[in-house]
Structure formats: C-alpha cells, structure tokens
Ligand binder design. Structure first.
Ligand code: ADP
Ligand code: F6P
Length: 319
C-alpha cells in the first residue's frame, strides 16, 4: 500500500482532527503518500482530494470540528455517486482510505471496500453508538460539555426549587444521557433503551417532595422524544411546573478532552497499521484499553449493550 486517503463524514465530533493528524503522520512515518478528502463522501464524488504533508495537520490536535469538513451525502448512496467516487480515487492512485465517522459512514466505507478500495472505519461520533469499541471519538468531550451545563442548571434548580428537564443528543442511543445523568447526579434519566414511563417519573418526583427535596434534574435522551413534550405531560398529569433546556449543537463543538485526543491518535494510527497489513472492510476500536478491529458486517449485527451495563446502577443511585 503506497497511497492512502482520509476523510471525515457524518456529524463532526471533537477529536476528529487528532484522528486525521494520526492517520497522516503515521502514513508519512511509513513513507506512504497520504491525501485529505474534503467534505466527506461529497468531496470524494466532486474530487476534492489534496496531497497532505506533515504541516497539513500541524496545530490541529487541540481543535474541535474537522479541518476536512464533514457532510451527509445522499448522492453517495447511489450507484452513480459511488462510481464517481471510485473513479476519483483511482485517478489519484489511492489504494486505501480511512473513514472517520459514525455508523452511516461505515456503511459507505463498506461500499468502497466492495469496489476494491481498502477501507478502514474509525469511530468518530459524540453518540457512542458504535459497536466494537468502548468509546467513540468525541463522546468524552461532549459528555464533559453536558456536565458543565448540568452543573450550572443544578445551581438554579436548587436555588429556585424547580424541576428541570435537560435534553441531550445521542440519536437512538442513550449513552450521553446515561453518563451525564450519573455524573451530574440527575434524579431521573430517560433513554431509548429504558422503560421511559412518565408516570414513574412523576411518582419519583412526588417521593422526593415527600422527603422534602423540592428540586430535581431529569435528563432526556433525544431518542426518547422532545423534552418540551415530556415537560407538558408532567405538568398535565401532576401539575408540576418544570423548565426545559435543549442543549442542541453546543454539545458537538469545543476542544477535545485529553482522553479523546489520545483515543483518536491511537485509533488513527492503528487504522494505518491495518491498511499496511492489507486489511479492508473493518473498523477500529478500543476495548478494555486494547486496540481491536471488527468487520463492518459484524458491527452492524452485534447488539448494542453499552447502556445496559449502567442502567441499573443509575436507578439505584439517583433518588
Ligand atoms: P454518521 O456516520 O454520523 O452515522 P450518517 O448516518 O448521516 O452519519 O452517514 C453519513 C454518510 O454516510 C451519509 O450521508 C452517506 O453519504 C453515507 N452512507 C450512509 N449510509 C450509507 C449506505 N447504506 N450506503 C452508502 N453510503 C451510506
Ligand atoms: O450523530 C451526531 C448528532 O449530533 C446526533 O447526536 C444528532 O441526533 C445529530 O447528529 C444531529 O444532526 P444534525 O447536525 O444534522 O442536525
């Protein structure tokens, strides 16, 4: 393998830059040529491909977002789009590619591997919804951003003796809600993987009130539905006045934590090692501090058990 490329796709995540840097520097270390592809699969289709050198990735390890930009491309899901992408890769003599992104991006990478381009996925998403890795790049940073907000809202919840609902991202996964709920001492957490019963929440709120505790924090994973709607339902059923904060896109940006920078650096470098070994159609991950890789097909069919592990503990501690 002499020439490879790297792209970022789907939602940006803090630590993507550290991963790009690791791919580029590791490839150059092994005397390979390496190109950056701008704007994910859209850039692959439009030929936005540029040779990268050591300086191309200087001063980026600490920066959020992605210097390569990211996109969601409907065209890449079509045969025509994929053919254009393959033609551009061939034109540049690119034999392998590292795709940094989420589950959808992995499906695109799998396609590339089926067309004969060696493709390795690296898990870049704040959602932590990818199998075959304990953590995805960006999750830790987003979690800390959420905790910062939760701590601030708690001050007001406590002072004003109010119930607050905080809606966090995560798509269909509850990890951001679960971890921020545990770390932020939330009284209730609603995640898609859980029972999500508003009556039960009201019962818990009333129990806390009987004990004399008049403020409460409820973390709602976006996969459950809108926190605003849940707030209305609580008010309708129990006449409890609540306030809602939807954290939105402030969860995706910001400087990556040291954990995310290290994770991204290790995974990016490992992806290049796998390309050098002739691997394709696999994604890298970190399990129990060990570098691992799984075929895309395995990842797509594995059950996601991440949330299960903590759900009971959260129920026992949050009252
Ligand atoms: P994420 O990677 O964060 O999960 P998306 O689900 O939006 O984000 O996927 C990112 C991009 O990956 C899509 O816009 C599309 O270009 C590509 N992609 C997703 N699913 C497929 C698929 N089945 N075949 C080919 N490309 C896909
Ligand atoms: O996958 C990352 C993520 O931030 C999800 O948590 C969220 O549901 C989605 O992307 C939002 O996407 P967009 O930025 O396109 O609104």
């Amino acid at each position: 393998m002499n020439k490879i490329a790297v792209l970022t796709s789907g939602g940006d995540a803090p630590g993507m830059n550290a991963a790009i840097r690791a791919v580029v520097r590791k490839a150059l270390y092994h005397d390979m040529e390496v190109c950056g592809v701008y704007r994910g699969y859209s850039g692959l289709i439009d030929g936005e491909i540029e040779p990268f050198h050591l300086g191309s990735v200087g001063d980026i390890i600490h920066r959020g977002g992605t210097i390569l930009h990211s996109s969601r491309s409907e065209e890449f899901k079509t045969y025509e789009g994929q053919r254009k992408a393959i033609e551009n890769l061939s034109k540049h003599g690119i034999e392998g590619i590292v795709v940094i992104g989420g589950d959808g991006s992995y499906r695109g990478a799998k396609k590339l591997s089926e067309y004969g381009i060696a493709a390795i996925g690296a898990p870049g998403t704040i959602d932590n919804d990818i199998n075959g890795t304990d953590f995805t790049i960006g999750f830790d940073t987003a979690l800390n951003t959420i905790i910062d907000a939760v701590d601030k809202i708690r001050d007001t919840a406590m002072s004003h003796e109010k119930t607050f609902l905080i809606e966090v991202m995560g798509r269909a996964a509850g990890d951001l809600a679960l971890w921020s709920g545990l770390a932020g001492g939330a009284e209730n957490i609603l995640i898609p993987e859980g029972p999500n019963n508003v009556e039960e929440i009201i019962e818990r709120l009333n129990y806390s009130r009987r004990r004399g505790k008049r403020h409460s924090m409820i973390i709602v994973a976006e996969g459950v539905g809108s926190a605003a709607e849940i707030s209305k339902e609580i008010n309708r059923l129990a006449n409890i006045d609540t306030r809602v904060t939807t954290l939105g896109h402030l969860q995706r940006g910001g400087n990556p934590t040291a954990f995310d920078r290290v994770l991204a650096s290790r995974l990016g470098a490992y992806a290049v090692d796998l390309l050098r070994e002739g691997k394709t159609g696999v994604a890298v991950g970190m399990e129990k501090n060990e570098l691992v890789h799984y075929s895309f097909d395995n990842l797509f069919t594995m059950p996601n058990k991440k949330a299960e592990v903590m759900y009971d503990l959260v129920g026992q501690l949050s009252i």
